[in-house]
Ligand binder design. Sequence first.
Ligand SMILES: NC(=O)c1ccc[n+]([C@@H]2O[C@H](COP(=O)([O-])OP(=O)(O)OC[C@H]3O[C@@H](n4cnc5c(N)ncnc54)[C@H](O)[C@@H]3O)[C@@H](O)[C@H]2O)c1
Length: 432
Amino acid sequence: MNKNTRRDFVKKSSATLLAGTLGFNIVKANPYKHKLNADTLKVGLIGCGGRGTGAALQATNAEDNVVLTAMADIFPDQIETSLKNLIAENPAKMMVDEDHKFSGFDAYKKVLASDVDVVLLATPPSFRPAHLAAAIEAGKHVFCEKPVAVDAPGIRSVLETAKKAKEKGLALMSGFCWRHDIPKIDTYNQMMGGEIGDMHTIYTTYNTGALWYKEPKAQVWTDTEMTMRNWLYYNWLSGDHIVEQAIHSIDLMSWAMGDVLPESAVGTGGRQSRTEEKYGNVFDHFSIIYDYGDGRRGFHICRQQEDCSRAYTVDAMGSHGRAYIDVFRKHYVNGKSGEWNWEGEKSNMYQNEHNTLFKSIRSGNPFFDGERMSNSTMLAIWGRMVAYTGKKLTWEEALHSEEVLGPNIDEYNWDLDWPLKAVAQPGKTPFV
Ligand SMILES: NC(=O)c1ccc[n+]([C@@H]2O[C@H](COP(=O)([O-])OP(=O)(O)OC[C@H]3O[C@@H](n4cnc5c(N)ncnc54)[C@H](O)[C@@H]3O)[C@@H](O)[C@H]2O)c1
């Protein structure tokens, strides 16, 4: 590992300074076209990576009078890349002046202090509870990517913040995007509307290959920068892949079960293929059984292992039939009325969720996802807990866990030396 510290390198205090040092181009002034008026909704983006950039585009496409005016990221180059891509897509809506590009760990505060009406939270999930609390405190409507936390204290914080959002009449939309996907909505309407009878078993998968890894730049990246750029592999930043990625399948399970909470969970997991030190401390596979306590069970498996069979599916079995979803390909129900396959024109679920969010803000009846997004995230965290410890745990035990995975938001700095916990070992790793 590269042992530079931030003191050996340059302070990342402004986009201009670092852009000059690293040689990337600051995006040139955008010839603003959109005419602002009293009703314009201004959007601030916090976390300018792949998803944040997508969310900014979808937010500004949601209706005519929405523009992006502020951006925050710990890395200035991420802001510049994101803005360049956004301007290429929709130049009139990208109205981010130089003095509204904020970098560093406190950049989110500057976006919140600017005159934005809506913020998009798309950093690694470890930051979400603190960023969300600050956004609601500042009176902003929020689009909040999944997962919304990485540990149970984070979830409890989000639940508290969600209550405040509701009291203040602020919109809170999560990034559980499949709930806005038309084929899923149509299939779930059948599945939950009695077509397959009483559903007793649901089996979900998220079995994929390896994800990206960013090779450290020798003598340039500090250890902290290396970790932050490869945040997926550190469970204190990502929550591990069951929380960061497979959570979508767990949310699909929860939706099918009417968002009722299971009573207990048990599971297993480990790290067999992706074992190199550069992959931090995350597992590469999990297998969890959620027991709803009334005869219903949810089975979930996920993996990130290269050259293995892939699957991203929902298989729901009921007293009178079965529904099967291959998330990108097939939506099938075989129930009381016979066989049915979804057919129709697909729409962009990411766009749908932003259309719904902005419509709800305009209507004065803001969309509110607070409790649901917290519960779906907690289901995945709970899965990680039972796999890491090897212990069967109830929902209440998991939700009241005192384990805090990462530092407090105000402790982050470029010399942060957060101790990497060893890869969990079922039966040895304690439940905290
Ligand atoms: N809903 C979906 O389908 C979907 C898809 C992809 C990602 N996501 C979620 O979106 C989030 C971001 O994922 P991504 O793929 O865009 O990752 P990414 O690495 O591309 O982007 C994350 C960005 O956040 C920045 N960042 C890190 N810490 C920050 C901080 N404290 N303050 C400000 N910026 C910070 C990073 O520098 C990076 O630019 C994750 O929670 C991920 O799970 C959701």
